[in-house]
Design a protein around this ligand. Structure first.
Ligand code: SF4
Length: 289
């Protein structure tokens, strides 16, 4: 089958999609809407980001609900979870917590790993940079994943919550990549508290919505989400915006979540879609059809 490529005008089409996107409408559906009030300073943003991205499994309503339940356990301040003085009470309160396959004892262990890390480090940015400065983004993510995995003694299934592109290339490592996006980008709606990581080096958090539209726009020919697909989509976006390629992530993701894109040909919806000339579903077809 002939590879699908976006049209030569794709950068302009994508820019139009971005410029007209109703960010405020979709922000309410995004996990970061629950996280932003929990991150009034850099440390709290980082802690909120770690827990929020770890819980970013399933639909956005369930994710936002899980973050809200965790915030309630922490009495509105997720930084309390990594306070050694709160450790015993934290373990008790998290005992019955569950979100999909993520259990409270795993989050309790994560809080302990973070507590130990912050005893000697100001920020997880240093962990990411310890890998990325010599080996690029994937090595940075690997160093971050290893830091969050912590010591080898951990609750069942805990360490697999943090896959690395260097030892799990079949995974898009979406949750950690999303966490790094939140920390690095200063553009709306991200936190922008890691100033030493260039936005141009970011990779796309490839969830199912982003992958669907990236595949149908020809940004990757890969039908499955993998680290190789992450690299392809990120590189395609970097050719359009080398400074901030991942700024398009929110728009591509929420075009799917919101239903703006029906994921099938529907003239009423697709007719005005800015990227319709690039969409695989409309290849060789005009709106008059
Ligand atoms: S043309 Fe339709 S199916 Fe294709 S991306 Fe746009 S809204 Fe989605």
């Amino acid at each position: 089958m002939r590879a699908h490529r976006p049209s030569p005008e794709f950068p302009q089409h994508l820019a139009r999609l971005y410029a007209s996107f109703p960010f405020d409408r979709s922000l309410a559906d995004d996990p970061i809407s629950v996280l932003r009030p929990l991150g009034p300073d850099a440390r709290r943003a980082e802690i909120a980001g770690v827990f929020g991205s770890t819980l970013a499994i399933g639909n956005t309503t369930a994710i936002r609900g899980a973050i809200a339940r965790l915030a309630e356990i922490a009495e509105g301040d997720l930084a309390r979870l990594v306070d050694p003085a709160f450790a015993r009470e934290r373990t008790r309160r998290l005992a019955g917590f569950r979100h999909r396959w993520i259990r409270g004892d795993q989050l309790d262990h994560l809080a302990g790993v973070l507590s130990d890390y912050y005893a000697t480090h100001p920020s997880l940015e240093a962990a990411f940079l310890s890998g990325s400065e010599g080996g690029g983004f994937a090595a940075g993510l690997d160093a971050l994943a290893r830091t969050l995995r912590g010591p080898s003694r951990a609750p069942r299934g805990y360490r697999t919550l943090f896959p690395s592109p260097l030892d799990a290339a079949g995974s898009p490592c979406k949750r950690l990549t999303l966490f790094v996006r939140w920390m690095v980008r200063t553009g709306y709606p991200d936190f922008g508290v890691w100033p030493r990581v260039p936005t141009g080096s970011l990779r796309i958090p490839l969830d199912q919505h982003v992958h669907w539209i990236a595949y149908h726009l020809g940004l990757t020919a890969r039908r499955t989400r993998s680290w190789a697909a992450v690299e392809e989509v990120s590189e395609a976006l970097r050719r359009i915006d080398p400074i901030d390629p991942v700024k398009y992530d929110f728009v591509l993701c929420h075009t799917g979540i919101s239903g703006d894109c029906p994921k099938h040909r529907d003239l009423a919806v697709c007719g005005p879609c800015s990227v319709r000339p690039d969409c695989r579903l409309w290849r060789g077809r005009g709106v008059a059809e």
